[in-house]
Design a protein around this ligand. Structure first.
Ligand code: F3S
Length: 752
C-alpha cells in the first residue's frame, strides 16, 4: 500500500495518493462518526483540512485539493491567460488541454480537421506554446474529445478531477469524481489555491437486474432523466449502487455519468469494480488496478450502511430503450410508446440524420454494436436511409475501428466519418441537407438536444438515443420505428427484422493508438515563447489588475441600475461572443448588454453621468475608464445566476468597476467577483434598492476597515435633495480581503 504508482503513462511527476486520501477519510470519520458513501469518501479524501472542515451535505462549502485539471480549447484560453498573468513559473497540479471544440464538421474527418487548424491557428498555437511553457500536457486537434481522452489516459478510481466542460463527469465510469467547472476554478487549482465546492447531497441510484437485447447503458440515464427532470440532480452527486452496476462495461458507465450533467448533477460515479479493472488493463494501466485493489474496502467502495439523501431504483431487466426529446433531454419516451407520442405531438416523422459517437457514446463497444446493426442491414441489401455520421471520441477509437473493420462497415452503409472532435454535438456543423427554418427530425447518441444546439436551426427536432437505436432509426428513416417489434423490407421487398446488436466491450486485439497527437511539456521550458500576436482579435495577454489604492471611494457614478433578472448571459452573452473568449478587451464589448436599465427599461442604453448622453453599457463604462473614473452597478435578486462564466467578473473589473451592489448574489458569481478584486456587496435593507436613482453619485464608507462580518455603508448623493446612507453586507473572509487589497486573487498568489 505504500508503493509509488503513477497516475498515468504520460507524466512522471504525478502519483496516486491513496494513502493520504485514506488518512483524511479516517480523520473525517472519527469526527462524523457515521458510514460514508463512496462519493463522500472521494470528496473528504481530498479535503484541504480534514481536521477543521465543516461537513454538512447540502450546507457547508468544502475546500478541496483535486488531483488534476482538464481544459477544452474554448475554455482553456481565458483560464491560461489568467494563470499567466499571475507570473507563476508553472502549474501547481497536472493539467491537460484538449483541442476538440473548435473543429467544424463539414465534409468529413481529414478535410474538416485541416480547415479547422487553418481557421484557429492562432488559438491552437497559443495553447500549444502556453501549455509547453507552463508544464501542461497538450492534446492537438485531431486527438479526440476531452472526456474520451481523459477516460483512456488519466482517469483512475478514487481520483478527484475538475474540468472546464460540463460533461467532465464522464470519468465517473472509472470510479472517480470528475466535476465540470468554470475557468476561474481551474485557475485556482493551477495556482495552488484550494478549490471550493458546496458539499453535495448524494442521490443513490440502485440498479438491479441485467440489460439485454436492444437496451444499453444509455437507456439507464435516459430513463433517469425522465424521472428526475433536468433540475433533479442540482446540488447532488449521483452515486450508483446495487448488483446491476457489475453487469456492464466501464465505458457504458462513462456514458451514464456523462449524461448526469443533463439532470443538473454535480457529478455521477460508479463504485470501483471488475469492469473498471478490465478497462484499466486494456488501456495499459494494469498497475493502477492492482494498486486500487489494495484500497478497495477502505477507500474505493461505499461503507456498509451509508445513507443517501434519496434513492431511485431501476430494474435493468425491465428497462426498454428510450428516445428523449425533442428540445430537452428529460422528455423521455420509451421506444414502444414513440409511435403514438410522435404522431400526437406532430413531430416530424422522417429521420433526416442519425449521428453516433461524441464524448458520450463512442466506445469500442458502442461502435461494434452499431456496426453489427449496420452489417445486419447490409446483409439484406440495405443502407442507411437517413444521412448517417460517426464522430469518433478519440484517435485511439478511430484507429482501432479502422483496423478492425467497423469503420469500413459504416462507410459501406453510407456513413460519413467526422473528425475526432465535438463537431455537430456543439453546433460545429455546417449542415447542408436542410435550410434554416425547415422543420425536421434528427436522432443522435449525443447528450444535449436543446433548441438549435446541433445545427443552429430552431426547427430541428433533436432526439437523443443509444447508438443502437440511432442506427436502427437511420436504417428505417422513421422516428416511429421500433426494431424490437417492427419489420423492414429488404432489397427484394421481403420482410425481415433487425437482429439485436452484438458488441465487444474491449478490442480483442488491444487498442490501436493511431497517430501520436500528444505533446508533452518539454523539460527545459524557460526558452519557450508563448505565441500571442499583438494584432490578434481573438487572444490578448492579460495585465495584472491594479491593487487597491487604500482609500474609501467617493463620488462613483452608477453605470447601470439593472432591473429584474440579471443572469451571466445578461452580463456576458454567449453566442457570437464565444469567439472572443480569449480576448478580454473585445469580449468586454458585451458587458451587460442584455441587462435592462431600470431608468428607461431598455437594454444596452444608459446615461453617461457626466455628459448626459445615452450610449451602450460597455461604451459608457469605457468613457468612465478613459477619464480614470471607477463606477458601481446596482442590481436585484440572485444577480449573476446561470453559469460559472468568469468573463462576467473579468469584464467589469477590466472596464473599471469598483463594486457591484445588489439585493442578493448567485454564489459562484459573487466568488468570481471577489477573485477579480471587486467588491460584491448586498443591501442590508433590500427595499433601499428602490430608493436609488440611476444618476445618484455614491460613496462607499468603511472600505478602509473592511473586515469579516463588518458592514459597510453606501452613501447616496442625489442630484437634488439630501444625501442618505444605507448599510451594506458582504461575505468576505480574511483571505478574500487580501485578494481585494492585492487587486485579485491571482495577484495575491503571485505576491506569495
Ligand atoms: Fe464535445 Fe459534445 Fe461532448 S461538445 S465535449 S462532444 S458534449
Amino acid at each position: 500500500r505504500d508503493s509509488k504508482v503513477h497516475q498515468n503513462l504520460l507524466e512522471d511527476h504525478s502519483f496516486i495518493n491513496y494513502k493520504q486520501n485514506v488518512e483524511n477519510i479516517e480523520i473525517v470519520k472519527s469526527r462524523l462518526n457515521r458510514p460514508l458513501t463512496y462519493a463522500e469518501k472521494i470528496l473528504y479524501g481530498h479535503l484541504d483540512n480534514p481536521h477543521a472542515q465543516e461537513i454538512e451535505r447540502g450546507v457547508s462549502y468544502l475546500k478541496l485539493r483535486p488531483d488534476r485539471v482538464a481544459c477544452q480549447d474554448a475554455t482553456a484560453q481565458m483560464a491560461i491567460l489568467q494563470f499567466m498573468s499571475a507570473g507563476l513559473p508553472q502549474v501547481a497540479k497536472p493539467v491537460t488541454v484538449h483541442c476538440d471544440h473548435l473543429i467544424q464538421a463539414q465534409l468529413g474527418g481529414d478535410k474538416d480537421l485541416k480547415r479547422a487548424i487553418d481557421l484557429n491557428k492562432e488559438v491552437f498555437d497559443f495553447l500549444a506554446t502556453a501549455t509547453a511553457k507552463y508544464n501542461m500536457g497538450f492534446w492537438k486537434p485531431g486527438s479526440g474529445i476531452i472526456h474520451q481522452i481523459v477516460l483512456e489516459n488519466y482517469a483512475f478510481p478514487g481520483a478527484l478531477i475538475i474540468g472546464t466542460d460540463s460533461h467532465t463527469p464522464n470519468a465517473g465510469g472509472l470510479g472517480q469524481l470528475a466535476i465540470g467547472v468554470g475557468g476561474a476554478d481551474a485557475v485556482d487549482v493551477m495556482s495552488d489555491l484550494p478549490w471550493e465546492l458546496k458539499a453535495p447531497k448524494i442521490l443513490g441510484v440502485k440498479l438491479t437486474g441485467k440489460m439485454s437485447g436492444w437496451t444499453s447503458p444509455k437507456d439507464i440515464i435516459l430513463k433517469l432523466a425522465g424521472i428526475t427532470t433536468v433540475k433533479g440532480g442540482t446540488g447532488k452527486i449521483v452515486e450508483y449502487f446495487g448488483d446491476g452496476v457489475n453487469t456492464f462495461s466501464a465505458t457504458g458507465m462513462g456514458t451514464i455519468c456523462n449524461m448526469g450533467a443533463e439532470i443538473g448533477a454535480t457529478t455521477s460515479v460508479f463504485p470501483y469494480n471488475n469492469s473498471m479493472v478490465d478497462y484499466l488493463k486494456a488501456t495499459k494501466r494494469g498497475e493502477i488496478s492492482e494498486f486500487a485493489n489494495l484500497y478497495h474496502k477502505d477507500f474505493l467502495s461505499a461503507d456498509e450502511g451509508a445513507e443517501y439523501d434519496e434513492v431511485i431504483e431501476i430494474n435493468l431487466s425491465e428497462l426498454e430503450p428510450y428516445i428523449n426529446g425533442p428540445f430537452t433531454p428529460d422528455l423521455a419516451t420509451p421506444i414502444s410508446a414513440m409511435k403514438e407520442v410522435a404522431v400526437k405531438n406532430n413531430w416530424p416523422l422522417d429521420v433526416r440524420v442519425g449521428l453516433i459517437g461524441s464524448c458520450t457514446n463512442s466506445s469500442y463497444e458502442d461502435m461494434t454494436r452499431a456496426a453489427s446493426i449496420a452489417e445486419d442491414a447490409a446483409s439484406h441489401g440495405l443502407k442507411a436511409k437517413s444521412l448517417f455520421t460517426i464522430s469518433p471520441g478519440s484517435e485511439q477509437v478511430r484507429a482501432t475501428i479502422a483496423r478492425d473493420g467497423q469503420l469500413k462497415t459504416f462507410q459501406d452503409f453510407g456513413g460519413v466519418v467526422m473528425a475526432n472532435a465535438c463537431g455537430p454535438c456543439i453546433g460545429q456543423w455546417d449542415r447542408q441537407d436542410i435550410k434554416k427554418g425547415d422543420k425536421n427530425t434528427i436522432v443522435s447518441s449525443f447528450n444535449r438536444n436543446f433548441t438549435s444546439r446541433n445545427d443552429g436551426n430552431p426547427d430541428t427536432h433533436s432526439f437523443v438515443a443509444s447508438p443502437d437505436i440511432t442506427t436502427a432509426l437511420a436504417i428505417a428513416g422513421d422516428l416511429r420505428f421500433n426494431p424490437m417489434t417492427d419489420k423492414l423490407k429488404d432489397k427484394d421487398g421481403n420482410e425481415f427484422m433487425l437482429k439485436p446488436p452484438t458488441g465487444v466491450g474491449l478490442p480483442p486485439k488491444g487498442y490501436d493508438a493511431g497517430e501520436n497527437t500528444y505533446q508533452a511539456p518539454p523539460l527545459e521550458r524557460s526558452a519557450v515563447e508563448v505565441k500571442v500576436s499583438p494584432t490578434s482579435d481573438r487572444l490578448q495577454l492579460l495585465e495584472p489588475f491594479d491593487s487597491w489604492d487604500g482609500k474609501d471611494p467617493t463620488d462613483l457614478p452608477i453605470l447601470i441600475k439593472a432591473l429584474g433578472k440579471t443572469t451571466t448571459d445578461h452580463i456576458s452573452m454567449a453566442g457570437p461572443w464565444l469567439k472572443y473568449r480569449g480576448h478580454l478587451e473585445n469580449i468586454s464589448n458585451n458587458y451587460m448588454i442584455g441587462a435592462i436599465n431600470a431608468e428607461n427599461k431598455k437594454a444596452n442604453s444608459v446615461k453617461n453621468f457626466y455628459t448626459g448622453e445615452y450610449a451602450g453599457v460597455p461604451d459608457t463604462a469605457r468613457a468612465y475608464k478613459k477619464q480614470g473614473q471607477k463606477w458601481v452597478v446596482i442590481g436585484g435578486e440572485n444577480f449573476g445566476e446561470g453559469s460559472s462564466r468568469e468573463h462576467a467578473a473579468l469584464e467589469p473589473r477590466y472596464l473599471g468597476a469598483y463594486a457591484i451592489i445588489v439585493k442578493s448574489f448567485a454564489r459562484i458569481h459573487e466568488t468570481n467577483l471577489k477573485k477579480q478584486g471587486l467588491l460584491p456587496l448586498t443591501f442590508a435593507k433590500p427595499e433601499d434598492y428602490e430608493r436609488i436613482n440611476p444618476d445618484d453619485l455614491v460613496d462607499l464608507v468603511g472600505v478602509t476597515e473592511l473586515a469579516p462580518g463588518k458592514q459597510l455603508s453606501l452613501r447616496l448623493k442625489p442630484k437634488s435633495g439630501e444625501a442618505w446612507e444605507t448599510p451594506l453586507n458582504h461575505t468576505f473572509n480574511k483571505e478574500q480581503i487580501e485578494w481585494f487589497k492585492a487587486g485579485s486573487a491571482l495577484n495575491k498568489m503571485a505576491e506569495k
